[in-house]
Unconditional design. Structure first.
Length: 111
């Protein structure tokens, strides 16, 4: 079964990971999708959700599932609770915190 995760920039905030912070904390990290484990070296960079130029909402609206870079999905605590057993064998979950909440970043990788 296949699914497509696509951002809805009009209804939900967008996720921004601070790439320069990531480069400082993990100099060897590459955003390119390589399907390899990262949990043992992961140091979460700064991140936040923001209203993009296309956002039409009036209040903050954080998505339960969003994407970051190729091969990575970001799950809210609610989405993680619902999907962790289904997705656990697909990769590894990396802890991540934004100003708004704690999130899990799923890196699709061979364990």
């Amino acid at each position: 079964m296949s699914y497509l995760v696509d951002s809805d920039f009009e209804k939900y905030y967008s996720l921004a990971l601070d790439v320069s912070d990531l480069a400082k904390k993990m100099p060897s990290y590459s955003q390119r999708f390589r399907a390899k484990p990262r949990l043992d070296k992961w140091v979460a960079p700064k991140a936040h959700f923001y209203a993009s130029d296309n956002y039409t909402g009036k209040e903050e609206s954080i998505p339960d599932i969003t994407i970051w870079a190729l091969g990575n999905i970001v799950l809210s605590p609610r989405a993680f609770s619902a999907l962790k057993d289904i997705l656990n064998s697909s990769g590894e979950f990396l802890q991540h915190r934004t100003i708004q909440a704690a999130f899990k970043l799923l890196i699709f990788a061979s364990k």
